[in-house]
Design a protein. Sequence first.
Length: 259
Amino acid sequence: MKETEKRWLTVFKIAMPLCLSYVPIGLACGILLHAAGFNTILAGLVSILVFSGGAQFLIASMLTIQSPILSIVTMLFFLELRYALLGASLSQYIRGTSRKFLYIFAASLNDENYAVNYLKFATDKEWKPKDALMVEHYSLLFWTMSNIAGSLIGAGLKINLSIVEFALTSLFIYMIVMQLKNYLTIIISILSGILAIIFMSLFQSTMGLVVATLLASFVGFIIEHEIVKKGKRNKLLNTIKPKASRHTISRKSKVSEES
């Protein structure tokens, strides 16, 4: 029994920096969700079921401008599609676990706890799937409690929705800037912005954002494919080559399996 307690405490200490980083963002997310019409119970449920800061901020943003449900669901689908790639890169480390474990593990996976677990799996031979699941659940607990606390705070505040829109726009600009680490990302970001303006004008609804996202993602996929295929022979393509792509992650996974 002592060994079990010691292990959960060890994992908790590893997850603590991540969990604490969720508190200020989670409070802000809870406040904005309340401003978008979510009560405290719904804010808590969204935190557990979605467990994605970007997705929850997107929900709040699109609800404040009264976007149709179909547009919100479609945007969320493509926003969260990256988890298929993240999950694939972790699959080599959680083989042999039950299907129930995989369902629970997938449901509580997000960008930040993925980074912690991937690093631990790659550098610590003692790191087990159960440890990784504990990291996910610790982060989920802190995120949910922060969202609930933010919702309670939001209930006592009167927030102008125009301020909410400004804050959410600033947040997504910040998220884009944080990802501008190569020319390809910059090119696709600019392209998606231009396409969003064009299709929002044509469709006169947020469905234009969905079309713009799909087209920009497809263009990015084609460019990345050409870079991998011809990058070494083409200096222009080589200059916009990202440091990590789906091919890079796939090769690293195969090397880890062989070793």
